[in-house]
Write a protein that binds this ligand. Structure first.
Ligand SMILES: Nc1ncnc2c1ncn2[C@@H]1O[C@H](COP(=O)(O)OP(=O)(O)O)[C@@H](O)[C@H]1O
Ligand SMILES: C=C(OP(=O)(O)O)C(=O)O
Length: 553
């Protein structure tokens, strides 16, 4: 069977097509079958995908040329394409349902999905193939079947992941075999159902299939694919990371770091920071990668970047690398040319798919293990940067990563964006028990001696931590320059003094506020014993570590 597949399984010997083959499930069969309908057209080259996108009603073909068009396999005169979604301009976490998790009635969702797929047969779809994971250590074959009306997002998808061209297939043909299904993602934004007014993103992670229904935002397709790829990685000896990763070449040594943060919290800003071009920086990726648990090496999952356009003005040099934009404006420049309007003028969370050429020193795989992990939080009681020396505390701070939701997310119901939320390891896409990620990250700190820092990219008290402060702090860590001070009475934690962000545990209000935040973390750990029928319950040491901090305060 293996010899007719790449790293994951697409084809099956006829005798292996049976209910006792663990690679089959009803969801896998439902989703994959839809790909072969006569309403589905295969699209296997970027020129066709570009043409389909450019001719979709409402798409704007700007007058902004795409840099490196030919290198990317695009028509030489390809332009930046703009498509806009409507009311919802972010990812809807509330739409996610994971088969196999407590409270999810798999028969009910099987019925919903069969009906959705039948409903889709009245529309035209496109299908295409990509590779997720850009090294021979980890690469997964993935297939998308998407409503043709969403041709702009189909084009973005083929750009965002590695298109499975004959060359790319050959390149990854020798990859480590993964005993897993290929990924199949079916998506139909025109689906609607009264029970799911905010859409439905349904996953059968054990069989690498998902259906994204009634949702137009490109990030849904990207993150659905990563959800399955991360779970596959996790099952096969890799740590799944929702983070940005880069490596500084400091002459006599290298400094390899990753920053983990919830959507919109600063991963891209930190990863792409140029530090005034003082250092040669190699970028692995700003959103997703996996760590090989045996060797510590890292692999990026996507060649391109999908980022906010908030910090780019129309004439920013980086805009040359924008391939598509979502939820941004268009106006005419002084020559009457159609150009994009960014900086959130039209709506929040304007986005662009940008090519890898934006980062001249880009690597898909780094052999050197991580020197440091930065947890990005938004917790008013944390100074701009903390160092956590104690490996147990380092893992527990990642486990209880406290942050706020940004406009990258479409919040359903009365959810306050200023409410502190705990999002373990900044990964709301995990579809396996949390204790497994806790064990993986704990091993990085305990066994590999990876250093740990916490960045606060929100407010410290009422003072905003600016990107300049965050980037300056990271630079000091990379250069081993700063002088660290004990963080009040907490053993194993230190902070880097920054003007305007003083730390004073003698201030009773501050000490009390910090204590309350540690208590909130402990409460979160304890709640996992019963929440979701204990699916995410944690080993006792997680609570013990937090209780020990509380006892010191
Ligand atoms: N201290 C900070 N560090 C990083 N980004 C910050 C900070 N303060 C504000 N920001 C802003 O927050 C946004 C973070 O977005 P981005 O880096 O794209 O996040 P992500 O990659 O995690 O989705 C940017 O607009 C950035 O300018
Ligand atoms: C696109 C997303 O994430 P990020 O802001 O991390 O790029 C997302 O979560 O939908």
């Amino acid at each position: 069977m293996e010899d007719i597949n790449m790293t994951t399984t697409e084809r099956f010997a006829r005798g292996a097509i049976a209910p006792d083959n663990r690679l089959f499930s009803n969801f896998k069969v439902m989703v994959e079958t839809a790909f072969y309908g006569n309403n589905v057209t295969p699209v296997d080259d970027l020129a066709t995908a570009y043409h389909n996108a450019a001719t979709t009603p409402g798409v704007i073909i700007t007058d902004m040329p795409v840099a490196h068009a030919a290198d990317l396999g695009l028509p030489a005169d390809a332009k930046l394409l703009v498509s806009n979604d409507g009311k919802v301009v972010g990812r809807t976490a509330a739409a996610r349902r994971i088969i196999g998790q407590p409270g999810i009635d798999s028969d009910y969702y099987a019925g919903i999905l069969r009906e959705a797929i039948f409903d889709g047969t009245s529309r035209q779809f496109d299908r295409g193939d990509v590779i997720v994971g850009l090294s021979n250590e980890f690469s997964v074959h993935a297939h998308l079947c998407l409503n043709h009306r969403s041709a702009p997002n189909f084009y973005s998808y083929l750009l965002n992941f590695q298109l499975a061209t004959a060359d790319a297939r050959a390149h990854y043909a020798d990859s480590a075999a993964l005993p897993e299904d290929d990924i199949y993602l079916y998506a139909d934004p025109e689906w609607s159902h009264p029970d799911f007014p905010n859409g439905l993103a349904l996953f059968d992670p054990a069989h690498n299939v998902a259906a994204v229904l009634g949702l137009r935002y490109f990030g849904e397709l990207k993150k659905a694919t990563l959800t399955l790829a991360w779970a596959t990685a996790h099952r096969n000896g890799f740590v799944a990371c929702h983070g940005g990763m880069k490596q500084y070449d400091l002459g006599d040594r290298k400094f390899t770091m990753a920053a983990y943060g919830l959507s919109g919290s600063g991963k891209s800003t930190i990863t792409f920071a140029k530090h005034g071009d003082k250092y040669k920086v190699t970028i692995l990726h700003d959103d997703a990668f996996v760590i090989n648990q045996q060797t510590g090496s890292t692999t990026a999952l996507e060649p391109a970047y999908f980022d906010k356009t908030a910090d780019y003005h129309t004439y920013d040099d980086a805009v040359r690398y924008f391939l598509t934009c979502q939820n941004v404006g268009v106006t005419l420049d002084e020559d009457g040319k159609k150009v994009i309007v960014t900086q959130e003028l039209r709506n929040n969370n304007g986005r662009a798919v940008k090519s890898r050429y934006m980062t001249p020193n880009r690597a898909d795989h780094l052999a050197e293990p991580l020197d440091a992990i930065f947890w990005i939080m938004k917790d008013e009681t944390l100074p701009p940067i903390l160092q956590i020396d104690d490996p147990a505390l380092a893992a527990v701070f990642g486990l209880t990563l406290a942050t706020k939701r940004s406009t990258a997310e479409n919040l359903v119901g009365p959810v306050d964006r200023n409410q502190l939320v705990i999002e373990p390891f900044a990964n709301p896409f995990r579809c396996y028990p949390l204790a497994e990620d806790y064990a993986d990250f704990k091993a990085l700190f305990h066994d590999r001696g990876t250093a740990c820092y916490v960045l606060n990219t929100g407010y410290y008290g009422t003072t905003k931590v600016t990107p300049a402060v965050t980037l300056g702090a990271i630079e000091q860590v990379a250069n081993e320059r700063g002088t660290w001070h004990a963080f009040g009475p907490v053993p194993g934690m230190q902070y880097l003094p920054v003007d305007g962000y003083s730390v004073d545990f003698a201030d009773a209000d501050y000490a009390q506020a910090f204590r309350a935040r540690i208590q909130a973390r402990l409460d979160f750990v304890n709640q996992q014993k019963t929440a979701m029928e204990g699916y995410n319950q944690l080993p006792a040491d997680a609570a013990t570590v937090l209780q020990a901090v509380l006892d010191q305060l």
